[in-house]
Design a protein around this ligand. Structure first.
Ligand code: ADP
Ligand code: MG
Length: 160
């Protein structure tokens, strides 16, 4: 994979992850699909808080772990759909709900634990965000990769 389709950063605490998410969220135009990969506690929901701030959302961002998905009405008439498949395994009703959203240019879809429903639930063209704990307890390495040219503008925006 070409290195300019991936942006990497390391954060030293939750606030820094939120700040990075804010920058990422500000670059979104609608129609993006964001896969959030990383172990439990790696910071996926924390990053979502930042992404939602960058989209103009002011309220809480509870983890959707017990609700499967949450919808936020954000700036420019966009909706962000936050899914969490931590407790879901291959449930068709959820994947079809997801499928309907994927072609909607006014929706942004962000998914935690998509591996539980299978790779095929997500389109090939997506932003894959991977979070990993670093050497330090409060350190996270975050990589954002556009799996095709489709969302390359996000990577370019982050690199600026
Ligand atoms: P996930 O959704 O991946 O399970 P959460 O975002 O819910 O993870 O939780 C991440 C936890 O790690 C929070 O308790 C947060 O305070 C803590 N944390 C420590 N350092 C960081 C960091 N650099 N970035 C994000 N979260 C961090
Ligand atoms: Mg989470």
């Amino acid at each position: 994979m070409n290195s300019d389709t991936t942006f990497k950063i390391s954060t030293d605490g939750p606030e820094a992850t939120i700040n990075f998410g804010k920058i990422l969220g500000a670059l979104l135009k609608g129609g993006e699909v964001i896969e959030l990969a990383g172990d439990l506690g790696s910071g996926k929901t924390t990053l979502m808080k930042g992404i939602l701030l960058g989209l103009g959302h002011k309220g809480d961002v509870p983890s959707p772990t017990f609700t499967i998905s949450r919808v936020y009405k954000v700036r420019d008439g966009l909706e962000l759909h936050h899914f969490d498949f931590y407790r879901i395994h291959g449930v068709d009703v959820v994947t079809s709900e997801l499928a309907e959203l994927l072609d909607d240019p006014a929706s942004i879809v962000a998914v935690e634990w998509s591996s539980n429903v299978g790779e095929q639930a997500l389109p090939k063209e997506r932003l894959k965000v991977t979070l990993e704990q670093g050497m330090d307890l409060s350190q996270r390495s975050i990589s954002v990769k556009s799996t095709s040219d489709k969302f390359r503008y996000v990577i370019e925006g982050l690199a600026k």
